[in-house]
Design a binder for this molecule. Structure first.
Ligand code: NDP
Length: 287
């Protein structure tokens, strides 16, 4: 039987509906949740993300502040701007849109400068560390979206065999920790797994498969175990189409649940950013 499609837009819509009520309650207490977004230089791909974040924020009732800087701005100037946002009691969440022209190392230093209480992307060492200890504050948005999608299936995760393909700080690693926290027996694959010719083995044994590689259709449909839950984080442009890392057409014939690309993980990721911003506002209100 073909898989049930996990409709990310519908799941995100439900999250947004719930958040609207929470924002209403916060506004009644005089708090207007505010997300400050920093963009450096010109980048059409980032503009697309910003538009969808702004749209989601408007729906929820979050104020979305966009702070644009020219590509020539110095790291020091950006750092002192972040310091100002950290101090500003009217700003609840801060997001630095990546990449920035100043490079990866500068980006990491600037992200670390964001106060952990306002790091609604969950990328600071403090927030990542809390995941290791099993008491997350702000879960990074894409891993949070992966878990939201898996939870939406209603499947009991206890003891399930999970495979995560990809080991990045922002997706693969936190997803693996979150699955282990749900008592999944979790394998993590990276390039070295493929080079040993073992990727297929790990994919075939997965009852829960999460893929975050960034290579179009790298996982063929016939590798997917019958009845698996497949969450595809990949976003790859092929001609004028966007496709995932998993061959969707083949995989949907074998999986029990599968995310489409686009329309799966992406919209839920944006909704998770909104959820983290609302949580930040609640947390800051409690002091
Ligand atoms: P990275 O490039 O940071 O990491 C990719 C990972 O894939 C690495 O750990 C790498 O292994 C692994 N990998 C690469 N090739 C293979 C292979 N042949 N076999 C097994 N593993 C392999 O990517 P990200 O995690 O940032 O992103 C992954 C994908 O998810 C991208 O398409 C990105 O656009 C998308 N994405 C989507 C988001 C959303 O909101 N929907 C948000 C973030 C990302 P190694 O470390 O050994 O090199």
């Amino acid at each position: 039987m073909p898989a049930q499609i996990l409709d990310g837009r519908a799941i995100a819509g439900k999250v947004i509906e719930g958040l609207k009520e929470e924002v209403g309650a916060l506004k009644a207490k005089g708090v207007s949740p505010t997300l400050a977004s920093i963009m450096v230089g010109e980048n059409p791909a980032i503009e697309v993300y910003i538009r969808s974040q702004r749209r989601a924020a408007e729906e929820v009732g979050i104020e979305y502040q966009l702070h644009k800087f020219g590509a020539e701005v110095s790291e020091e100037e950006l750092a002192s701007f972040i310091d100002r946002l950290n101090e500003d009691r009217n700003v609840n969440g801060i997001i630095l849109q990546l990449p920035i022209p100043q490079g990866l190392e500068a980006a990491t230093r600037l992200q670390e400068r964001i106060s952990p209480e306002k790091d609604v992307e969950g990328v600071s060492p403090a927030n990542m560390g809390l995941i290791v200890y099993g008491r997350p504050r702000f879960v990074p948005c894409t891993p949070a979206a992966v878990m939201e999608l898996i939870n939406s299936t209603g499947v009991d995760l206890y003891g399930k065999r999970a495979t995560v393909v990809g080991y990045s700080e922002i997706v693969g690693r936190p997803v693996a920790l979150l699955l282990m926290d749900k008592f999944c027996t979790t394998s993590v694959c990276r390039s070295s797994t493929s080079k040993r010719g073992e990727l297929r083995d790990y994919v075939e044994r997965a009852e829960i498969l999460v893929v975050a590689i960034g290579k179009a259709n790298l996982i063929p449909g016939d590798w997917i175990a019958e009845g698996a839950i497949v969450i595809d984080c990949g976003i790859n442009r092929v001609g004028d189409k966007i496709v995932g890392d998993v061959d969707f057409e083949g995989a949907k014939e074998r999986a029990s649940f599968i995310t489409p690309v686009p329309g799966g993980v992406g919209p839920v990721t944006t909704a998770m950013l909104m959820r983290n911003t609302v949580e930040a506002a609640k947390w800051q209100l409690r002091g």
